[in-house]
Design a protein around this ligand. Structure first.
Ligand SMILES: *[C@@H]1O[C@H](CO)[C@@H](O)[C@H](O)[C@H]1NC(C)=O
Ligand SMILES: *[C@@H]1O[C@H](CO)[C@@H](O)[C@H](O)[C@H]1NC(C)=O
Ligand SMILES: *[C@@H]1O[C@H](CO)[C@@H](O)[C@H](O)[C@H]1NC(C)=O
Ligand SMILES: *[C@@H]1O[C@H](CO)[C@@H](O)[C@H](O)[C@H]1NC(C)=O
Ligand SMILES: *[C@@H]1O[C@H](CO)[C@@H](O)[C@H](O)[C@H]1NC(C)=O
Ligand SMILES: *[C@@H]1O[C@H](CO)[C@@H](O)[C@H](O)[C@H]1NC(C)=O
Ligand SMILES: *[C@@H]1O[C@H](CO)[C@@H](O)[C@H](O)[C@H]1NC(C)=O
Ligand SMILES: *[C@@H]1O[C@H](CO)[C@@H](O)[C@H](O)[C@H]1NC(C)=O
Ligand SMILES: *[C@@H]1O[C@H](CO)[C@@H](O)[C@H](O)[C@H]1NC(C)=O
Ligand SMILES: CC(=O)N[C@H]1CO[C@H](CO)[C@@H](O)[C@@H]1O
Length: 448
């Protein structure tokens, strides 16, 4: 009987995990998540146009962190970029055709990056200059937008002669994106600063880019470990969750935490500020850059408490603006989150079992590189719903966890900490105490 229900629990957890596994671009927790690029032509020039290009990160919980986004495209004709503000092309390319004044960029397939925050104010434009960092829409919609201005030449000067660029690409650290074609849409309307007049741009096209599990690195980047107050066993991340320690074929693939030369080994070799640095992780059995630990800490009459700890094992990364998405059926009765920000994520409005958690600004929104400060933690207090609440069969553990939008590897359900006994704990301990007292008395009696 007990074995049967446990096996069916294992089956159900396994089945629900596998049906929810992300495939391709579709994400069941954020079905409409996308990054939209809007290209507004605001005026015509002698040989082209001025435009404002804006990136909107409409994804609920995927952000773009330093070193930021890189936007690319292929010009449809022989266009050049005369000037840019609030962003820049990474390479000028061959501008030898131009004699009098030199364009900013003559490449057929330019790559644009954001400016860094420190540039002079007279060179800044609205929503620019955040080093390419875009927060997720739930964390902060006001910083989920990035834009730059561009002056294009040799493009045609009417909406009949201008061509939409082709093959848009959006690169970001970590996850990969695939972009659709640019589509001409109804021209954007802009409201003047005093809010008293609405103007309309001359022409607009939109490009939609979707997160792609396929383009992103295939190996997982995080794993989950579990523990509880009612069982001493700590269930660690599955071995080789993100890779295996392999001294023979990859010496130096990881670093021992107590290595005396740690500082010299991990010193980042930044050749290019825009390049994405591969992780250098601490040697662990799971080899993941990030581990999430879920500890069932306390049982009260009406409530129960969980401690969540996120640990960074990557010596080459400070995770700025990190976020966690956690699925557990008790999130509909979450009472308090102590030192993280929280918002429920409800893609299907009747189910309220998924929470987004992220750091408090200037307090723990930065998960520091591996080492003594490389962790953040918080406690969650849930109110028990008597009809569903139980410590049995691993119910108190999360069903799924994402870190920065990546699905974390969970321990197999049959390894979850068990209750020491099927009977409730207070009865069990009363029994234990009685037995202990009895045997102590017996001992005293026989040795008196
Ligand atoms: C992109 O996201 C926005 C905001 O959620 C949504 O309105 C739009 O339909 C999405 N676009 C696509 C192509 O899914
Ligand atoms: C171009 O502009 C004209 C009006 O100037 C407008 O009627 C037409 O729809 C526009 N075409 C496109 C593709 O935007
Ligand atoms: C766009 O990309 C596709 C596939 O990579 C390629 O076949 C095509 O030639 C590219 N178009 C241009 C204009 O570069
Ligand atoms: C184009 O993108 C902008 C900004 O996200 C949005 O407001 C507009 O509705 C989009 N247009 C279409 C046709 O999707
Ligand atoms: C890998 O090599 C290092 C030093 O060479 C050693 O300390 C470590 O124990 C080795 N790890 C494994 C799993 O063999
Ligand atoms: C992380 O941040 C700290 C403090 O700002 C800095 O000293 C360290 O170099 C950063 N590490 C990385 C890998 O960027
Ligand atoms: C989900 O639960 C949270 C926490 O109790 C609550 O704040 C939120 O309003 C709920 N949302 C829905 C859609 O029920
Ligand atoms: C704790 O849980 C493990 C399963 O993860 C189980 O093997 C062990 O017997 C449990 N300990 C007690 C005291 O029940
Ligand atoms: C102790 O066990 C009995 C049945 O054996 C049960 O009725 C009672 O509710 C339990 N006490 C507690 C505090 O759970
Ligand atoms: C005990 C308690 O507050 N239970 C509530 C948990 O949340 C669900 C759905 O929001 C409510 O219906 C319960 O009453």
């Amino acid at each position: 009987m007990g074995n049967f229900s446990f096996l069916s629990f294992v089956f159900i957890v396994f089945f629900s995990c596998s049906t929810f596994t992300l495939t391709g671009a579709y994400d069941p927790l954020d079905p409409n998540g996308n990054i939209t690029i809007k290209w507004d032509i605001v005026s015509w020039t002698g040989d082209g146009y001025n435009a404002v290009v804006t990136l909107y990160n409409f994804q609920k919980y995927r952000h773009i962190q330093a070193p930021g986004w890189q936007l690319g495209w292929t010009w449809a004709k022989k266009e050049v970029i005369w000037n840019m503000a609030g962003g820049q092309a990474t390479e000028q390319g061959d501008c030898s055709k131009y004699k009098v004044s030199l364009p900013h960029c003559c490449k057929k397939d330019p790559t644009i990056v954001d400016m860094m925050p420190g540039i002079p104010f007279n060179q800044q434009t609205t929503n620019c200059c955040k080093g390419g960092v875009l927060s997720s829409w739930v964390q902060d919609p006001s910083t989920a937008i990035s834009s730059f201005q561009i002056t294009v030449g040799a493009s045609g000067t009417t909406n009949k002669t201008v061509r939409v660029p082709k093959n848009f690409t959006l690169k970001a650290p970590g996850p990969g994106y695939t972009c659709g074609p640019g589509k001409i849409v109804t021209p954007s309307k802009l409201i003047t600063q005093d809010g008293r007049r609405v103007t309309q741009v001359l022409m607009t096209w939109n490009v939609t880019c979707m997160y792609s599990q396929f383009l992103s690195q295939r190996t997982p980047t995080c794993c989950v470990s579990l523990s509880s107050f009612y069982n001493d066993t700590i269930i660690s991340c599955p071995t080789c969750s993100c890779g295996c320690q392999n001294n023979a074929s990859h010496p130096g693939s990881c670093v021992e935490a107590n290595n005396p030369y740690l500082a010299s080994v991990v010193s980042p070799a930044h050749s290019n500020k825009n390049s994405i640095v591969p992780p250098l992780v601490q040697c662990t059995s799971h080899m993941c850059p990030v581990r999430i630990h879920w500890h069932v800490k306390t049982n009260y009459k009406e409530y129960w408490r969980v401690k969540v700890t996120i640990t960074n094992f990557n010596y080459r990364m400070n995770y700025s603006g990190w976020n966690l998405v956690v699925q557990h059926p008790n999130f509909d009765n979450l009472t308090e989150v102590f030192s993280f920000s929280y918002q429920p994520i409800t893609p299907y409005s009747n189910i309220n079992d998924t929470a987004m958690l992220w750091g408090v600004k200037f307090y723990n929104d930065m998960l520091m590189q591996a080492g003594p400060y490389g962790n953040v933690q918080s406690e969650l207090l849930f109110q028990k719903d008597k009809s569903t609440f139980t410590f049995e069969k691993g119910w108190a553990f999360p069903r799924r966890i994402y870190f920065n939008g990546d699905n974390c590897v969970m321990p197999p359900p049959d390894s979850y900490p068990w209750l020491p006994n099927v009977s409730p704990r207070p009865n069990f301990s009363v029994l234990t105490i009685t037995l202990t007292l009895l045997s102590a008395l017996a001992f005293l009696y026989t040795h008196a």
